[in-house]
Design a binder for this molecule. Structure first.
Ligand code: GLN
Length: 502
């Protein structure tokens, strides 16, 4: 019998439509898989088996009635724990939100429910999505299914590991500086950061509001496109939500063409500081694209050299403001001082002292300093100017190229502890992903192969704002070519030792 967890979301959708399996069977198979692998991996902070099976039963009943159902109806999904779910504890992997039960659903969660997608549980992340390894989770790290001694990326390491370990066919991530794409790169999965405003942020626990974007995590480009079509579309609850119609991602993923397409290789992303095996895999993918008729050219974006510095002023500034709401009065944890008077200020200090981890405190201090009266122009003001220069570099590059490409990350998955005591080394994990957030443009990471160390390498595609379909066109074409060369997907061939029997 087919192992249902080995099927892609698109295959599961067909299996459900033809009634070869029910959603209850599919959902149960994934819950069983979670039970088997997640004590080791810790991709999930909590599961919601009863709610998931109840949702699956509703879909099965509707299908039995002959109702017309949305394409992914009955296909289960995992949700990153910084996206609020009504009635299901949501902590953003912080102690300060322990036990907090949201009274409402994020817009993307409402859309998953309306699409008939059972929610398996909430995935682990670095606290408040600050990090590149999940080591900053207050509840312990997630392990990389490729090597359990290594990090699964971050902040969305839980979503990536859940999908890479076949514990969930799809997941929701959030990307402020790379937290969908970098975990995808180091786990051999596909992750997409949509255009800023393309997917509603209502109900996403804010990290840096001008950079945050929710997006899909999947095992194939087609699956990411299917989920993207469920998530996208205008939302009156989010003032930055775009009015664009949602269509074309799936068809672009299935039947794109790169003949005559101008693909710009970004000189500043990929040279010095990138692991040899990462560069080799990237270059092989470029050859594949050239062989399929794409026109390759080199583009230069000189301001990218300052992207990381600008990001680590803008992000902490916005984060320190967003995190001010965690005051011990409104949500989650409340700690009273052990001694002396109980005043509002002292409760706030005690709560925040006990509730936030070291990385969160570091960024609050940095952001508060950057926004302080005497330093505002020197730090925050300069960073905003750099942001404008980065946007101009992109605009100039997209005059010459239809899409831009680079390795997603400088290295493959690193070992636990390797960068934990060196914040700057950790921050460098996102050197190639951050420019897209600063400019609000869409980006995708898909696997291009394995490095000499046997670990997956991510290939990043960037497109102009509102041209997300181009990611799916190029990604779909590249993925098809690589899969036929490998004889299956990277995860099937290298992690699972062969394609599943169908
Ligand atoms: N690793 C980056 C950071 O720590 C990105 C975070 C994210 O995208 N949420 O800020």
């Amino acid at each position: 019998m087919t192992d249902l967890t080995r099927l892609s979301a698109a295959e599961l959708a067909n299996t459900l439509r033809s009634r070869e399996a029910s959603s209850v069977e599919v959902t149960r198979a994934h819950l069983d898989r979670i039970a088997a692998v997640d004590t080791t991996l810790h991709a999930f902070l909590r599961t919601s088996p009863e709610e998931a099976l109840a949702a699956a039963r509703r879909v099965d009943a509707a299908r039995a009635q002959g109702e017309e159902l949305p394409p992914l109806a009955g296909v289960p999904i995992a949700v990153k724990d910084n996206v609020v779910t009504r009635g299901l504890e949501t902590t953003a992997a912080s102690r300060i939100l322990a036990g907090w039960i949201p009274p409402y659903d994020a817009t993307v969660v409402s859309r998953l429910r309306a699409a008939g997608m059972p929610i398996l549980g909430k995935t682990n992340l670095d606290e408040f999505a600050m990090g590149s390894s999940t080591e900053h989770s207050a509840y312990g790290p997630t392990r990389n299914p490729w090597d359990v001694g290594r990090i699964p990326g971050g902040s969305g390491g839980g979503s990536a590991a859940a999908v890479a370990s076949f514990a969930a066919p799809l997941a929701i991530g959030s990307d402020t500086g790379g937290s969908i794409r970098q975990p995808a790169a180091v786990t051999g999965t596909v992750g997409v950061k949509p255009t800023y405003g393309g997917v509603s942020r209502y109900g996403l626990i804010a990290l840096a509001s001008s950079l945050d974007q929710i997006g899909p995590v999947a095992r194939s480009v087609e699956d990411a496109a299917m989920l993207h079509e469920v998530l996208a579309g205008h939302d009156p609850h989010d003032s930055t939500s775009l009015p664009d119609p949602v269509a074309g991602f799936v068809s672009a993923a299935r039947s794109g063409d790169v003949r005559g397409m101008r693909i710009g290789v970004v000189r500043e992303l990929g040279g010095h500081g990138y692991q040899d095996g990462v560069r080799a895999s990237f270059e092989q993918a470029l050859e594949v694209l050239a062989g399929l008729g794409a026109e390759l050219l080199e583009v230069s974006c000189p301001s990218f050299d300052y992207a990381l510095a600008a990001y680590y002023l803008i992000l902490p500034a916005e984060a320190s403001s967003n995190l001010a709401r965690f005051d011990g009065m409104r949500y989650g944890l409340r700690v009273e001082p052990d001694d002396g008077e109980v005043t509002a200020e002292r409760v706030m200090a005690a709560t925040r002292g006990a509730g936030f981890g070291a990385e969160v405190k570091r960024r609050i201090i940095l952001g508060t300093h950057a926004l302080s009266a005497g330093y505002y122009d020197a730090y925050y003001g300069s960073a905003q100017k750099v942001r404008t220069l980065i946007q101009r570099d992109f605009a100039a590059a997209f005059e010459r190229a239809d899409v831009l490409v680079s390795p997603t990350t400088p290295t493959t998955a690193f070992r636990f502890g390797e960068k934990l005591d060196d914040p700057l080394a950790m921050y460098l994990s996102d050197v190639a992903t951050i420019p897209a957030n600063l400019a609000g443009i869409p980006g995708m990471s898909l696997p291009s192969g394995v490095s000499g160390d046997g670990l997956p390498v991510g290939f990043q595609i960037l497109a102009p704002a509102r041209a997300d379909t181009r990611l799916y066109e190029v990604g779909g074409v590249l993925e098809r070519a690589l899969k036929s060369a490998w004889g299956g997907s990277l995860l099937d061939v290298h992690l699972m030792g062969g394609a599943s029997e169908r």
